[in-house]
Design a protein around this ligand. Structure first.
Ligand code: AMP
Length: 285
């Protein structure tokens, strides 16, 4: 497994051109099985894999959150070597944001004003800028992202359409613990009791998705239940995809087809001071 810090090292391998048959998996480290499931998916498609590890300050709207973000590079490298990753890029901040760094512009429509965009102002612009830098340096044939960050996936789709139409894109389902808790680097900041309680996010989303005909009532009671358990809720809503506009039972039953028929329950909230997000896709009925 090749571990490199300078983008020049990578460019030297490919003469500064596209990295044919390579898939890139961008991460912020503190890796867990959820990250490894993206690598596994890329390997099963026959790609060589390059994983980037970079905690991107531009996507943190809250400096305390950035400081507290877990970092375990040695352990990450062991995990990656163990699953046969081919290359790991650990760029430093000057590599990603050099003095002459210029932001790209990308129209995100309302995506950067609703849900994560609303609660984390500037977050998606930070995501767009870092991914532009990562993709431009590596020039992968494919990229793999987790549905765990559903709204981020929608942003990535727009970025690829506008700037990297040649890159293949894969969205991989969320890996969960047996309890239903979505694996996340942030979970390690929860106590063991907190992890048990956090699994209630999944049961709340399931409860809503199983009772869409009485959505408003069930949503309210699940929010109250989670609040009683100690959650501070930012949102727990049912949305249409890919617009993320509010979904309704009539519209859902009203004959959407294919991809447009997808709706999702989306959640964000804090427990024990740790901000958690999750979502559940609901196929059209
Ligand atoms: P992060 O390190 O949090 O930026 O995540 C890197 C990538 O891993 C993103 O595409 C995430 O959506 C994905 N990811 C994080 N958690 C999971 C999970 N539980 N299952 C699948 N993918 C995940």
């Amino acid at each position: 497994m090749q571990v490199f810090e300078s983008a020049d090292t990578w460019a030297a391998n490919f003469g500064g051109g596209p990295a044919k048959n390579w898939a890139m998996i961008p991460t912020m480290g503190a890796l867990h099985q959820g990250h490894l499931s993206l690598i596994d998916a890329a390997q099963k498609k026959g790609y060589q894999t390059v994983v980037s590890i970079f905690v991107n300050p531009l996507q943190f709207n809250n400096s305390a959150d950035l400081e507290k973000y877990p970092r375990h590079l040695d352990n990450d490298l062991k995990l990656l070597a163990g699953v046969g990753v081919d290359a790991v890029w650990t760029p430093n901040i000057e590599t990603i944001y050099p003095e002459n760094f210029k932001e790209i512009t990308l129209d995100l429509g309302i995506l950067d004003q609703i849900f994560e965009g609303f609660h984390r102002p500037g977050h998606f612009n930070g995501v767009v800028q870092v991914l532009n830098q990562l993709f431009s340096a590596i020039q992968p044939e494919a990229v793999f992202f987790g549905q765990k960050d559903l709204q981020q996936c929608l942003v990535v789709e727009r970025l690829l359409q506008a700037y990297f139409p040649q890159i293949h894109y894969f969205r991989i389902p969320t890996l969960r613990a047996e309890s239903g808790l979505a694996l996340s680097s942030r979970n390690e900041r929860l106590t063991s009791q907190g992890k048990e309680t956090a699994a209630e996010i999944y049961s709340a989303m399931m409860m809503i998705s199983n009772n869409l005909s009485t959505y408003a009532t069930v949503q309210k009671s699940e929010i109250e239940r989670l609040q009683t358990l100690g959650f501070e809720i930012e949102y727990l809503d049912w949305v249409s995809l890919p617009s993320m506009e509010m979904a309704s039972f009539q519209a859902h039953k009203g004959g959407f087809t294919g991809r447009l028929g997808e709706t999702a329950i989306v959640f964000a909230g804090s427990l024990e001071g740790v901000r958690l997000i999750d979502n559940l896709l609901i196929p059209s009925v």
